[in-house]
Design a protein around this ligand. Sequence first.
Ligand SMILES: Nc1ncnc2c1ncn2[C@@H]1O[C@H](COP(=O)(O)OP(=O)(O)O)[C@@H](O)[C@H]1O
Ligand SMILES: [Mg+2]
Length: 347
Amino acid sequence: MNIKFKKSYRFAVKSALYISVFSAVMLSALLYFTNAFSTGTVLLFFIILLVFSFFVLQYRVEHFIYRRVKKIYDDISLLEASPLRSKRITTDMATLTRELEKFARDKKMEIEALKIKEEYRREFLGNVSHELKTPLFTVQGYLLTLLDGAMNDKTLRKKYLQRAEKGVERLTYIVQDLDMITKLEVGDLNLHFTKFNILELIQSVFDLLEMKADKKGIMLMFDGKYLRPIMVYADQEKIQQVVTNLIVNSIKYGKENGTTEVSIEDLVNNKIIVRVKDNGEGIEKKNIPRLFERFYRVDKSGARTEGGSGLGLSIVKHIIEAHDEKIYVESTFKQGSEFSFTLEKSK
Ligand SMILES: Nc1ncnc2c1ncn2[C@@H]1O[C@H](COP(=O)(O)OP(=O)(O)O)[C@@H](O)[C@H]1O
Ligand SMILES: [Mg+2]
């Protein structure tokens, strides 16, 4: 880069002027008071001139740099109420250079972060509209067909209305999931910690999902008998959402007439681990790391009858992490999967 600086002679001219005026005056004085040219006079002249020009130059240079530096500081402070301002203005060029470099680095990082956020936002919006489109078009398709005459056929009417209703239901689910994920991601999810029996919670999820499971002949069960309540300390509603999402998945991706088995085990440090295990389709190894991403689905084609929003597991992960707990997944392709998470036991 070739920057052209406006060349200024003012500084040099002024300094030279000061020194030459001073030395002319002094020389005249010396010549006037001492009768003639002598080594002593020259030496005296030399020393006085040296001291004088030293101070002139030092003072002027400092002043000059100080003014420039101050201007730079002021310019930066205009951009941002930066911490530079609060510090004493320094005339030390090295410090200034260091601080400017740091300033530039910070700015660069800030820009990078903003870029990533922007990218994320764009992708999110793209995904949202993509997710909404499919069910919306389904509903629209059935309604249009009905209006085009299908409504006069009694059996078709019912069938199409039911399908449209299914589409609306799916839209509702997606919007609910979106709502939840947005809350989770802005971090204004207030957890209401209480003490509750996790066995009871799981049983109530079983009851709620029984019909759904029955349709595929899937059995929802515990791995054994739990005689005593297992009390945990967590946000009951959110944990119910976690368990529901995991069990819904185990049904959706489970095989016909399979089983979903839930077990609870003690861990060290007053924790328990809840495992949800199915013997369904399983997940290929290469897909496992991405499961918890928003909108991620192994089968994107939509050919599958069971279409979700792809948000279920990312909601699960957010909730568990908000609790400062851990979530794990183990899966063997074509054999089954196990999702597990930890919880704090209540004393
Ligand atoms: N129990 C499971 N067995 C097999 N695959 C699963 C299981 N749970 C989740 N998956 C895979 O992980 C993906 C993401 O799950 P999720 O976030 O709940 O989205 P969704 O269920 O809406 O598709 C699913 O599309 C599915 O491919
Ligand atoms: Mg799901």
